[in-house]
Write a protein that binds this ligand. Structure first.
Ligand SMILES: [Zn+2]
Length: 450
């Protein structure tokens, strides 16, 4: 039903303000002879949707692994039903064709690390966002962030923490799923877990100020917090395995090995995975041994730690775009100034991770920099860290889907969700093509078209 419900959301200010047309495929049919289904018709259900078929005819298809020139893709309702050489794909007589000349069609991109409820730190410092901005203000921003993310071609995002906005990510996800606002499919963590005293903001010692994540400690406290987040709608549990609370302000481990293991066990028994923010060798080591699925950041990773990650099958989401953005916010004039120490360290740890063969998830920590600018991570991985466009394209599609257990997306293949994006040129040759998004489809619904 979701895609018909979207019809109701397509009229009015949203459509005018962004000059984009949100069309269901039924709407596209209206470009021919048949009127778009009305909401009343939509409520009639499958008999209407059965007629909705569209043949997408791009210059080439990147299927999540390889490029295929001359392929076409058939979409029926919210799924891909065929993909292959034009001569081999038989489309129903009722199908309409969407010509995409000069474009490469690829699976909807998957963002591995975002915070829809944050906006760039050079606009407002993180502390002030957490302490001074109301939840209503933050949610209002987040709805715009969700829209920008989707229109940039990211049809799924792993949103790793509301950073003080409670469980608001759950409601945003519901609003998207109910067709109230346009946005990507969300995997949410709600509040994330931190050890008492380790996180921020920190003001006077006399004041207990709201924190950017949920404090929990010890056996009872941790089990309760994990279950509470799950009960409120967390798809994944996020834990901060280290943070900047050393005597000198350096990052140091937070939770004990026992606590981290308990977090993973508690989440896993409900079928959920755990991701860990970690940048110190010891924080990473504990998180890996506890059984987390991905390590976020990993700046201080050593060859030994990356060997352990490889052995345990833990993926690294390096968030190079956030490191790059923060360094520039702190005054680094990239291209002119010498490379800051933290960025040099990032290069060293990334080189070590790649050498160890660690699987990379792709996620930029969007929110630190603008939502909709998600492609920045892929660009930097190619331009500054030596990956190939093909590698980063695989990461952002089939790779992330596999790491995040999303078997229904990340590739162009029959039976998968019709989450598809078309870009100008060949993104496997030039990563900048990811900036040239001309078409965005999510679940068979067109949100952007050439
Ligand atoms: Zn983050």
């Amino acid at each position: 039903m979701r895609y018909f419900q979207l019809i109701a959301a397509q009229s009015g200010p949203i459509r005018r303000s962004c000059r984009l047309r949100y069309l269901v495929l039924g709407g596209l049919l209206a470009l021919g002879s048949r009127p778009a289904p009305t909401q009343a018709q939509a409520q009639a259900g499958p008999s209407v949707s059965a007629a909705v078929a569209t043949l997408l005819r791009p210059a080439a298809v990147f299927d999540g692994q390889e490029m295929h020139a001359g392929w076409v893709v058939l979409v029926e309702n919210d799924k891909i039903t065929a993909a292959g050489p034009a001569a081999q794909v038989v489309s129903p007589p009722s199908a309409r064709t969407l010509e995409l000349p000069g474009l490469t069609l690829l699976p909807g991109l998957i963002e591995g690390h975002s915070h829809l409820l944050l906006h760039p730190y050079n606009e407002t410092q993180w502390d002030d966002q957490v302490l001074l901005e109301s939840q209503a203000l933050r949610v209002a921003r987040a709805t715009v962030h969700a829209q920008r993310t989707l229109l940039a071609g990211f049809t799924t995002i792993r949103d790793l923490g509301t950073e003080g906005a409670g469980f608001a990510d759950v409601g945003i996800k519901q609003a998207i799923n109910q067709g109230i606002i346009p946005g990507p499919r969300l995997l949410v963590v709600t509040r994330a877990l931190v050890a008492t005293g380790s996180y921020g903001p920190k003001l006077s010692v006399d004041e207990n100020v709201p924190q950017g994540a949920q404090e929990a400690d010890g056996v009872d406290g941790i089990i309760r917090a994990v279950r509470e987040q799950i009960g409120k709608g967390a798809d994944i549990i996020k834990v901060y395995a280290d943070y900047r609370w050393g005597p000198d302000g350096s990052a140091q481990p937070t939770f004990s090995q026992e606590e981290l293991t308990l977090i993973v066990q508690t989440a896993r028994s409900t079928g959920r995975g755990v991701v860990a923010h970690a940048s110190t060798p010891e924080g990473m080591r504990r998180a890996i041994l506890a059984g987390v699925e991905t390590i976020e950041h990993g700046d201080g990773g050593t060859p030994e730690i990356f060997a352990l990650m490889k052995k345990k099958g833990v993926a690294l989401c390096p968030t190079v775009a956030a490191s790059d953005a923060v360094a520039q916010y702190r005054g680094w004039h990239k291209g002119t100034d010498p490379t800051p120490l933290r960025i040099q360290q990032k290069h060293q740890s990334m080189a070590a991770a790649l050498k160890a063969g660690v699987t990379l998830a792709q996620g930029g920590d969007v929110g630190v920099f603008p939502h909709g600018d998600n492609a920045r991570e892929a660009e930097l991985l190619v331009r500054d860290y030596g990956l190939t466009p093909l590698q980063v394209l695989r990461q952002a599609t089939s790779g992330n889907a596999q790491i995040f257990h999303l078997a229904d997306r990340g590739r162009v293949a029959p039976g998968l969700l019709a989450d598809l994006v078309a870009v100008v040129g060949d993104p496997t040759q030039d990563v900048a093509a990811l900036r040239q998004v001309q078409m965005v489809m999510k679940g068979g619904v067109l949100y952007r078209q050439p």
